[in-house]
Design a protein around this ligand. Structure first.
Ligand SMILES: Cc1cc2nc3c(=O)[nH]c(=O)nc-3n(C[C@H](O)[C@H](O)[C@H](O)COP(=O)(O)OP(=O)(O)OC[C@H]3O[C@@H](n4cnc5c(N)ncnc54)[C@H](O)[C@@H]3O)c2cc1C
Length: 398
């Protein structure tokens, strides 16, 4: 049976949900507040748990054309540059988890989802994409349907509403009562993208490099088929002054190093070779406490709207994509009446895994940024345990 589903928000989570739902034969209205569809310039890593789901949506060829396939993860000290551990990805990892570990530019993944929706001639053609549609009012029509009104007074009605409207979600207030705002973590991400051809040979890379330091860590990995390098420094320090909701603040190496101090020579050379920086304030929420925080009646939350997290497990977009696949699964054969029960099953199926990933992301922050005895213990565990410590089968096989 074909349902009418409203999706608030056209980020990676909202577009993945629209595609997954349309592939199940539903009609979807995507409502995006911005005047144009787009994503900020930064990279994201996609574990095999995520690429497996994207492949199931028919995106394997498109992904292969935009992604870089890193050879390994390599962890070093940020101050002495010494290698602590490595985890090869490659074919063995792909065989183990049934899908590759990939790194992409966010805009490329977003563009791939958007192009697939726009040019689909099968079931995915039943998706309408609306811009300038900021969801303002939500009403449950006596339990029979859900209505939405945008800030410019346009109205839509559907069998279900999916809140994929990100960290500062409007739809969330319809599901979660007495909800505090997202927590400002006091951590900032400084990020940059640089063409590899503009870097000296010793700084170019085909792997995910992580440097661990006191109250900071840095990550670099290739994107765009390996042609560009994405560099992120994450530190326990405030960003340059500005709007707390601004994802994409102008920044500089000077502001970054005011927060971090100088790092070891290898990492320092990379930071100095990067032409420009943007800063991104990091917020999160406490891990989900139960299914009631992900769905109510005909409304479900997905991605950052439901479970924003620190990016220290590199799985925020990943969990949004997992949510999207799970949502389409529970709604596959539902008729209009069955929607509330199906969304309750979705919330039940997703909340514990999302909570676990949120909690592990916070814990990783404490371990990555450790000082003193915790740091010594961490380094020893990495040196002795190597790949075994870095691998996360509970996550990648899920
Ligand atoms: C530094 C950093 C690195 C990261 N690295 C990774 C990584 O390696 N791997 C990974 O998986 N994740 C990573 N993440 C997390 C990931 O970026 C987010 O979890 C993911 O983008 C969330 O997607 P979303 O679709 O839920 O929300 P968003 O991307 O925030 O999209 C929400 C959309 O809703 C729209 N919207 C908002 N309000 C309304 C409204 N009222 N009406 C209509 N539309 C609305 C917005 O304009 C936006 O388009 C990282 C995050 C950071 C900060």
């Amino acid at each position: 049976m074909s349902l009418q589903i409203l999706v608030a928000g056209a980020g990676i989570g909202g577009l993945a949900a629209a595609l997954a739902l349309a592939r199940k034969g539903h009609r979807v209205e995507v409502l995006e507040q911005a005047a144009a569809f787009g994503e900020v310039g930064a990279g994201i890593q996609l574990g095999p748990n995520v690429t497996r789901r994207l492949h199931a949506l028919g995106l394997a060829p498109g992904l292969a054309s935009i992604a870089a396939r890193p050879a390994m993860l390599c962890v070093r000290g940020a101050h002495d540059g010494r290698e602590l551990a490595r985890l090869p990805f490659g074919e063995a990892g792909e065989r183990r988890y049934g899908a590759p570990y990939l790194c992409v530019h966010r805009a490329d993944l977003h563009g791939l989802l958007l192009d697939t929706l726009r040019h689909a001639d099968g079931p995915a053609s039943a998706v309408t994409l609306n811009t300038n549609a900021r969801v303002r009012l939500v009403s449950l029509r006596g339990g029979e349907a859900v209505g939405v009104e945008s800030a410019d007074a346009r109205a839509w009605e559907g069998d279900a509403l999916v809140g994929a409207d990100g960290l500062w979600s409007r739809v969330r207030a319809e599901v979660v009562e007495d909800d505090p705002p997202p927590r400002s973590t006091g951590h900032t991400a400084w990020r940059a993208l640089v063409p590899q051809r503009d870097l000296p040979g010793r700084l170019r890379s085909d792997r995910v490099d992580v440097w661990l330091g006191a109250r900071l860590h840095a990550v670099a990995y290739p994107v765009r088929g390996g042609d560009w390098l994405n560099v992120v420094v994450l530190a326990e320090a405030p960003p340059p002054p500005g709007d707390a909701r601004d994802w994409d603040q102008a920044a500089s190496l000077a502001s970054l190093q005011q927060a971090t101090g100088r790092v070891g020579a290898g990492l320092q050379a990379l930071l100095e070779a990067v032409p420009g920086w943007r800063a991104w304030r990091l917020h999160d929420r406490d891990p989900l406490a139960g299914p009631q925080a992900m769905a109510r009646e005909r409304i479900a939350l997905l991605g950052d709207a439901a479970h924003p997290m620190l990016p220290y497990l590199a799985q925020g977009a990943g969990m949004a994509i997992e949510d999207a696949a799970a949502l389409a699964e529970v709604l596959a054969d539902a008729d209009g009446e069955a929607v509330p029960a199906a969304l309750a099953r979705y919330a039940q199926a997703r909340w514990e895994r999302n909570a676990q990933v949120q909690a592990r992301a916070r814990r990783n922050g404490r371990i990555f940024h450790a000082t003193g005895a915790l740091r010594l213990g961490r380094d020893m565990a990495l040196r002795v345990g190597g790949a075994r410590v870095l691998d996360v089968p509970w996550l990648y096989a899920g």
